[in-house]
Design a protein around this ligand. Structure first.
Ligand SMILES: Nc1ncnc2c1ncn2[C@@H]1O[C@H](COP(=O)(O)OP(=O)(O)OP(=O)(O)O)[C@@H](O)[C@H]1O
Ligand SMILES: O=P(O)(O)OC[C@H]1O[C@H](OP(=O)(O)O)[C@H](O)[C@@H]1O
Length: 254
């Protein structure tokens, strides 16, 4: 927590943003989420107010109710989802933001993509390894997109409980589900004009042309409600400055 005004504006209290790892282990049988859905590993309300709905809110199968007491950690931190179309510059800006603000935490994603793919610092795992971690309750939440599985380690709950500001590179389609698990998640959407996205993805060369086309089609998704927007259409340095400004701005009504 760095800005008390923002904290007050959000009404951020002492109750929990997330649920404990012990609760997550209750969902050991949950499968990897289907494409465009998100699953967390808790079957309880993130506010700790008693058993809530299972947190698989996408098109996937419902998770079993937790057999653990519904006590979420008491967290004062901020959880900020950084979303936006492929090529908008999420990874680029997040790297610059972390360099400028080493006090912030960037969740290290677990992705079923070879670690050699480059880009962000993520942990590349096989689909089988991903399933194992999911079964062990090691993800706060996870989603599928672009034929890949993405998991956010449940270690973010430790950072949130310690009052830190935790950023993660997320999927727009996963936000409703993430919000069901972390009701106070904030959203910053990074955007750039369509032509710029196409140029950047082609120059980056991480995906095949066919996959780039699919990613560009997802650029048409509407901006998430309540998100603060950062336009990354000039230099990365200016994008980082705009992002830091957005981080301190009052949240839009979601
Ligand atoms: N402001 C900028 N000016 C020029 N190039 C940029 C800028 N921001 C990012 N890039 C470049 O555009 C490409 C895409 O950026 P980046 O990988 O950060 O996007 P992303 O939103 O994380 O995409 P994805 O969701 O596909 O991972 C990279 O090669 C990066 O170096
Ligand atoms: O299009 P949407 O659903 O918003 O995002 C889908 C996913 O793609 C991107 O990851 P990456 O480019 O594979 O690293 C995003 O970070 C997200 O996880």
């Amino acid at each position: 927590m760095t800005d008390p005004r923002w904290r007050a504006a959000n009404g951020r209290g002492a109750d929990g943003l997330g649920a404990g790892a012990a609760q997550r282990r209750a969902s050991a049988s949950s499968p990897v989420a289907p494409e465009s859905s998100v699953s967390g590993n808790t079957g309880t309300s993130a506010n700790g107010g008693g058993p809530g709905p299972a947190s698989d809110v996408g098109s996937g199968s419902a998770l079993p109710q937790s057999r653990f007491a519904p006590t979420a950690p008491r967290a004062n931190g901020r959880l900020v989802a950084v979303v936006g179309p492929s090529g908008a510059g999420k990874d680029t800006i997040l790297a610059g933001v972390l360099a400028a603000r080493p006090d912030l935490v960037l969740a290290r994603r677990v992705i079923t993509r070879p670690s050699s793919a480059g880009g962000e610092d993520f942990e590349g795992v096989t689909a089988a390894e991903f399933e194992t971690r999911l079964a062990l309750g090691l993800f706060a939440f996870h989603w599928r997109a672009h034929g890949l599985c993405y998991g956010i380690p449940c270690s973010i709950d430790v950072d949130l409980a310690a009052g830190r500001l935790v950023l993660f590179n997320g999927s727009r389609s996963a936000l409703p589900g993430i919000r069901a698990i972390y009701p106070r998640v904030e959203v910053i959407v990074i955007t750039a004009p369509a032509g710029v996205l196409a140029e950047r993805l082609a120059a980056r060369g991480r995906e095949r042309p066919r996959d780039i086309e699919a990613r560009l089609r997802r650029a048409l998704l509407p901006p998430p409600p309540g998100a603060r927007e950062v336009v990354n259409d000039t230099t990365p340095a200016l994008g980082v400055a705009r992002f830091l400004e957005a981080l301190n701005a009052p949240a839009a009504a979601g």
